[in-house]
Design a protein around this ligand. Sequence first.
Ligand code: NDP
Ligand code: BG6
Length: 516
Amino acid sequence: PFKESKGGLLSGTSLEECKDAVGFDNNENEPSVSITVVGASGDLAKKKIFPALFALYYEDCLPKHFTIYGYARSKMTDAELRTMMFVVYLDEVPMFIHGENCDEKMEQFLKRCFYHSGQYDSEENFAELDRKLKKHEGGRVSNRLFYLSIPPNIFIDAVKCASLSASSGNGWTRVIVEKPFGRDSESSAALTKALKNYLDEDQIFRIDHYLGKELVENLSVLRFSNLIFEPLWSRQYIRNVQLIFSEDFGTEGRGGYFDNYGIIRDIMQNHLLQILALFAMETPVSLDAEDIRNEKVKVLRSMRPLQLEDMVVGQYKSHTKGGVTYPAYTDDKTVPKDSLTPTFAAAALFIDNARWDGVPFLMKAGKALHSKRAEIRVQFRHVPGNLYNRNFGTDLDRATNELVIRVQPDEAIYLKINNKIPGLGMRLDRSNLNLHYAARYSKEIPDAYERLLLDAIEGERRLFIRSDELNAAWALFTPLLKELEEKKIIPEYYPYGSRGPVGAHYLAARYKVRWG
Ligand code: NDP
Ligand code: BG6
């Protein structure tokens, strides 16, 4: 159905036609929401933000009166923006194709999408956008959400112009900001200060898309609504916790950005640290955003700043396998040949509070490794006086329980237990109590961006980063990052597609840990 009618749709639709299509009724007072994606011509907008908005629309989660605007410098018509979104819908997001009435919904959705071309530092161009938004809003209470999907050096210009020229006059105005939030404590504080010249803290939604992942959100449910986990959640029973992120591809296409940040800033200081804070926090007073964020800040402020001796850095080098040559990080033309930027890092972190004293939290993050996965692994202590230890010979590690929360891919939560092998005699093995999401839940898991966009529209701040959290996170990593850069620490080189530097194993072994 969509393909048949796409000629009309993609070649432009008048505002009146759009209003008809969505049953726009000027006589009722339900507020409108305008979502402006600033940087609409970019990679993130195309691949994540617009598809997530469509998915929300498909699930009937967007407010009745919504309009989506793309804003960027590139010249584009409304029809061209819609074509771009449609091509992604057809080619790159196969999950949408399966839904019932999907094409029809897409057709309706695209009628609500528009484009305005403008500079990021032009109040006049944002004032033009404001005029267009007002027409769509039709005089009702107008709420406005701006999604800054642009490089960080233009955040402030865009925030300034959007807030001065295109804020809502009678509803809320919120701004979603994408990482990176600075490079260190100072630049992050400067960014926060500049944002606060134009916005209140409660208007700023700092996104960390890992907080929108299903299994990360489920962490608190797992802990606080199951009697069997929370009593074990401490140094008394947990030996170590591992937070693992690995990708089986390099920085292809993003080398320019990446070289200025490196894996520690790109993944550890935000995604993995956020998971750690949620994992380790005390029970919040309530599920209110401020109560949860208060507890996360306490964890971060109880942590020891990272030490150089507790960190291993690596960089991938070229590797030939099966006749295919995979590039080195420095083969990327946008990366300097002598770059020391880490594409891999492993670290041991410690929380100096009563619950976690002495428990190593090991993080490992890397690009161009042998697999793609994000996992939390919790290794429990040995059973004291375990009658069955002899079944494991001297390899006591194998006898301990391990809880694995596989964030992606193929979401799952499983607990490794010791079990008797059925039959005569007494032999044990390790088996899994397994909650495999695909087998248990038939519904597709929403993309993190869907959840986060919906939360921002609904004003739910639980999954966004507050400025004090951000400061605490940078305080942990900044001294180490400075030291790595000042001392020009040479990364350990590892072949593309390998398991990463062996140094990571020595680091873990120092804390009697074996990576899962
Ligand atoms: P892009 O580099 O694609 O930039 C987005 C748009 O910003 C471009 O289409 C371009 O639009 C404009 N732009 C780019 N460079 C400049 C410049 N130097 N001066 C002015 N305008 C510029 O970024 P992404 O879409 O990849 O990412 C957007 C934001 O999201 C960034 O902050 C990034 O760090 C973050 N992010 C991205 C992820 C990803 O997977 N891509 C993942 C997580 C975070 P035009 O020329 O039309 O104005
Ligand atoms: C981004 C990083 O924040 O997360 C990227 O900048 C990384 O380098 C990406 O590839 C991973 O996200 P996901 O959701 O694909 O695991």
